[in-house]
Design a binder for this molecule. Structure first.
Ligand code: PTJ
Length: 243
């Protein structure tokens, strides 16, 4: 039992949840390493949503709401950490939700579907086809889901698929605490924030975009600026870390 007044309460609860979900077969063992890397980068941005991440989340809302067909692609880590948050974002944005895994087994797909459905997510089901130009199982997606989407939100992604989805002509939004990752640099829009902060920020923005704001945000999207702003934030914090 983690005491509520522990200074690292939020982080410890997330760690406990990801470990439990790994034991239950929702999170891949590799997902534990990915989570640890995320934690390290979260330290560097001060474990809070930066101004540039808030702008990125607002832009993500604009992209989801103006999409012809938006799909949220969910993997094991995202389901473990943010199932209820994904349900709220689905309600606010009208996006479809599809499970897509790097370490794909039918058993994991089923477990993740159950976890999401139990948290109120309407998960798209169907027969996957190898539509994404990749040699591994992330090529598999639903023709009526990611296959048809023009905008795909892929939190905690691995770089390969992000590039492949871009090659297919899709706009890719990612959530990734590491601004140096291939995904972060390849995506159309990168939100450099922790997934349990980023998803609710997109949801809140969906409800509060002013008339004409969505068009303005999409037109002025500059992902290199967002990556630089995150790196500047980290550099600044490191420079003053021991003061
Ligand atoms: O469930 P599967 O089989 O699809 O596998 C999922 C993982 C995460 C194992 C797979 O996609 C993977 O290996 O991802 P990577 O290449 O490690 O990339 C994950 C990225 O997410 C890294 O850059 C981490 O810094 C970042 N990250 C990890 N935890 C969080 C995060 N970003 C935001 N919030 C987090 N909680």
């Amino acid at each position: 039992m983690i005491p509520k007044d522990h200074p690292r309460y939020r982080s410890l609860v997330a760690r406990e949840r990801i470990a439990r979900c790994a034991r239950e077969g929702v999170v891949a063992l590799e997902g534990l390493a990915a989570h640890g890397r995320g934690e390290a980068f979260d330290y560097l941005i001060g474990e809070k949503t930066t101004e540039s991440a808030a702008l990125a989340a607002r832009t993500a809302a604009a992209m989801l709401l103006s999409a012809r067909h938006a799909v949220i692609s969910v993997n094991g880590n995202t389901a473990a950490l943010a199932a209820a948050e994904i349900a709220a974002l689905q309600r606010a944005s009208g996006a479809d939700v599809e499970v897509n895994l790097f370490h794909r087994t039918e058993e994991r797909i089923e477990r993740i579907n159950r976890l999401l459905t139990g948290n109120g997510v309407r998960v798209l089901r169907g027969t996957p086809e190898r539509l994404v130009p990749l040699s591994h199982d992330r090529a598999l997606c639903l023709p009526e889901g990611i296959g048809d989407a023009d905008v795909v939100l892929v939190p905690l992604e691995d770089g390969d698929r992000c590039a492949a989805l871009r090659e297919m002509g899709k706009a890719v939004i990612t959530v990734d605490l590491n601004p140096l990752s291939r995904t972060a640099r390849t995506a159309t829009l990168t939100i450099i924030d922790e997934v349990t902060r980023a998803i609710p920020a997109i949801t809140a923005a969906c409800a509060s975009l002013a008339a004409g704001e969505a068009e303005r945000l999409v037109a002025s999207l500059d992902n290199t600026y967002l990556l630089r702003a995150a790196i500047d934030e980290m550099r600044e914090r490191l420079a003053h870390a021991l003061e």
